[in-house]
Write a protein that binds this ligand. Sequence first.
Ligand code: ADP
Ligand code: NI
Length: 216
Amino acid sequence: MRWNMELINRALSFAEEFFSADFSGHDYYHTERVYKLARRIAEREHCDKELVLLAAILHDVDDRKLVEADHEPYVNAKRFLKGEGVSSERIEAICHIISQVSFKGSDSVAPDTIEGMIVQDADRLDAIGAIGIARTFAYGGSHHSPMYDPKDAPQYGMDEKAYFAHRSSSVNHFYEKLLLLKDMINTEAGKRIAEERHRYMEDFLKQFFAEWNGEA
Ligand code: ADP
Ligand code: NI
């Protein structure tokens, strides 16, 4: 099925406008990168590409950090899609994909549609590699977390509640989330990208600790 490129472009403009005031690592360029990765992985899979692209573009506009908890679920994504005349069946499908994207420690879900698997992979790939390293320290800085605290050990096996309540140093975040993502990727194309980005983070941490200890 061909997708409506004008609709996709209007979704990108909507997201750009939406995130124009955010500097917490949830900026528009995260959305743009997730869109590009999702498009790249979708080329390799049998899927409804328009659903993939719209869900990728809209996956963070209702993020818990940006929207009040008592809002109607997916209010921003729905408002945009309704305004574009997208059918309620397709709006539900897009919201379902978005609902399965996020990392929640041991409560993370494996999406039950190929479109969901692709969008989840794309979002996770943007949390690892060179971009992932940069986002992690940017997030840590904006939340006044230390970049590393040798007295504070990483916590393993956190469930959703523990994960979201936990405050960690940026280096601990690698052990609590980023290094786990490689084995949680759904698609073959995603796995190949994840392996290379994972290796890059391992090299970074090796060098970081060598410098920390005055050994490099
Ligand atoms: P996503 O868009 O991937 O769902 P999140 O909203 O979970 O991302 O977080 C935004 C970015 O900040 C991600 O790159 C994530 O890995 C990073 N991040 C989340 N929590 C922490 C933390 N405690 N310390 C450092 N970085 C974090
Ligand atoms: Ni995201």
